[in-house]
Design a protein around this ligand. Structure first.
Ligand SMILES: [Zn+2]
Length: 208
């Protein structure tokens, strides 16, 4: 299904690289190479009780690709980013930074914003990675949009507002598109720990 929609999107839209806008392929060779850079440890202001890794700074091509992921017609980009995510997990596993085969838990989004985008892009990228995915986290609808809030305000906004729909078995890696202050990841890891889950790391596509 996802593949079919991707093809329809490409028929309707002129093809441009989702990373740099260059006409031609969905992702040009240069952007594919940049996206293949290995993740590294980052240290957001709100630090969860797990290490946090990110693929790259929030700059192009990663920034453009994260924005493209949110567009309905860019399911093909989500699928490519699934492969990028899988490679990042392989890399961290090979270095012993995370245990092999951890289940991926997408960071929570506000229900309304996920619906508006036609499904949570982070969850779809996780699914496209071929790993086990447990979308058990959701934000309370009372949580305000995080944009424009500083670190303290974000933490206050999220306190007690991450809901958990089930406890995944085994080790968990929380996945998000962009880590800014770390407040969402911290609240997610806290909610998982409070319910007896075993979060071992967080992995974001970009660090702002
Ligand atoms: Zn490009």
């Amino acid at each position: 299904m996802a593949g079919m929609f991707g093809q329809i999107g490409e028929l309707v839209l002129p093809r441009r690289c989702a990373g740099c806008g260059h006409p031609g392929e969905l992702l040009c060779t240069r952007c594919r190479t940049a996206l293949a850079a290995p993740p590294r440890r980052v240290f957001p202001k709100s630090t969860p009780h797990t290490p946090v890794f990110a693929l790259a700074p929030y700059a192009d091509p990663h920034r453009a690709v994260v924005l493209a992921m949110k567009e309905r017609n860019h399911l093909a980009v989500r699928s490519h980013m699934g492969a990028v995510l899988a490679a990042a997990l392989d890399y961290l596993e090979a270095r012993g930074e995370i245990p092999a085969g951890a289940v991926l838990v997408p960071a929570p989004t506000r229900p309304r914003s996920a619906r508006a985008r036609g499904g949570d892009p982070v969850e779809q990228v996780c699914r496209a990675s071929g790993r086990r995915v447990a979308p058990v986290l959701a934000l309370d609808p009372a949580a305000a949009d995080q944009a424009g809030l500083d670190e303290a305000a974000r933490r206050a906004n999220l306190a007690g507002r991450v809901r958990i729909a089930g406890v995944p078995r085994g080790e968990v890696v929380v996945v998000d598109d962009v880590v800014t202050t770390g407040a969402t990841l911290q609240a997610s890891v806290s909610a998982l720990l409070a319910h007896g889950a075993n979060p071992v790391a967080c992995l974001a596509l970009c660090v702002a």
